[in-house]
Design a protein around this ligand. Structure first.
Ligand code: COA
Length: 107
């Protein structure tokens, strides 16, 4: 069982008002904007305090956001470079949730 601050045991909270997925202490977060009448989640920024980096915490935040999007039939725009350059190449199965030109006709 992972017990580290970046491990899978870290609880991630959805902060609907501020459009964030965040740790309970709010120090690490994934920020998004809703577009296309709320059907598209544009992930604009991911932040983890320097003392907790490299432990997978940003990945954990990303999984929470992608799970939420998938469960609510939203598609994702990966504006944040961590998502596009690190998370998606390492977790290519999540590319199925991305917003694509093909979906434009349905939103
Ligand atoms: N863009 C893309 N990938 C990045 C990155 C960046 N700016 N900074 C770090 N990474 C990658 C590294 O390749 C690292 O790989 P490694 O583990 O092989 O060294 C990987 O992220 C680490 O993954 P993970 O442990 O899940 O991420 P993290 O919890 O350390 O958090 C950031 C990663 C980017 C959120 C964190 O470094 C941060 O807050 N940086 C400052 C803000 C920032 O640049 N945000 C991203 C752009 S919006």
């Amino acid at each position: 069982m992972a017990t580290g601050s970046g491990g899978a045991a870290t609880k991630i909270v959805w902060n609907e008002r501020q459009k964030r997925f965040e740790t309970e202490d709010k120090k690490a977060y994934l920020q998004y904007e809703l577009r296309n009448s709320g059907k598209v989640m544009d992930i604009t920024h991911t932040f983890v305090p320097s003392s907790k980096r490299g432990l997978g915490l940003a990945s954990h935040l990303s999984v929470a956001a992608f799970n939420y999007a998938q469960s609510n039939s939203l598609s994702i725009i990966p504006t944040c470079s961590y998502i596009s350059e690190t998370f998606l190449p390492r977790n290519p199965a999540w590319k199925s949730v991305l917003f694509s030109e093909d979906l434009k006709s349905s939103i």
